[in-house]
Write a new protein. Structure first.
Length: 208
């Protein structure tokens, strides 16, 4: 297909397609003349993936480039999804060294008890968890901290549901696109359901 057809098929404006080509986010098409190139379904799929990463995942193009590099380097879907999750996590907020040390120890104990993979302190997801736990401690929310194991159990079940949506897919691009959308929209769906449930339980326990 020509550039205009690629744009129409993917829903990405021609100017944006050209920008992605210049930045190396989209591989070049097959040259048919000095000023013309032909594009394939693989280009459409890549553009849809970029749209999912930017519009659904909210990732900046620098992070999109990191994810696409992992795909192009033929990393496994598991490793590539790990890159996606790290980019989605962003930079953890700062907390005091004392609180961070305490929360890091708490997380390390939880990870070991559950047999999960251990990560270095620089791991963004761990950093966000450490910051949240440290903040809860500083605010005196001990009951919330005491529920950590139960939250982990619920998270495991949600993660199993998330992964089930990509089982059977063979294209790495499709696995990443589907996994990303399931992760981002799953977060929103779960948060919304949690809020509705909190409202119901609050009414039942705390009264109207």
């Amino acid at each position: 297909m020509r550039m205009a057809e690629l744009s129409a098929e993917s829903g990405v404006p021609v100017a944006t397609v050209k920008y992605y080509l210049r930045e190396g986010l989209l591989p070049p098409g097959e040259r048919t003349s000095p000023n013309q190139a032909r594009y394939s379904a693989a280009h459409v799929q890549r553009l849809r993936l970029i749209k999912a990463l930017t519009e659904v995942g909210g990732l900046p193009l620098a992070s999109v480039g990191v994810v696409l590099s992992a795909i192009d380097d033929h990393e496994t879907p598991h490793r590539t999804m790990g890159v996606v999750q790290q980019e989605l996590a962003g930079t953890p907020p700062k907390v005091s060294d004392e609180a961070a040390e305490w929360a890091s120890g708490l997380m390390a104990d939880l990870v070991r008890r559950r047999g999960w993979k251990e990560h270095p302190p620089a791991h963004r997801t761990i950093g966000n968890l450490v910051a949240a736990l440290a903040t809860a401690k500083e605010l005196g929310q001990e009951k919330l901290i005491e529920r950590l194991e139960e939250y982990a159990e619920l998270a495991m079940r949600v993660a199993e549901l998330d992964v089930e949506v990509v089982v059977g897919l063979t294209s790495v691009d499709k696995i990443i696109e589907t996994g990303l959308i399931a992760s981002v929209l799953g977060d929103r769906i779960f948060a919304g359901l949690r809020h509705l449930a909190q409202e119901q339980v609050s009414r039942e326990v705390l009264g109207r």
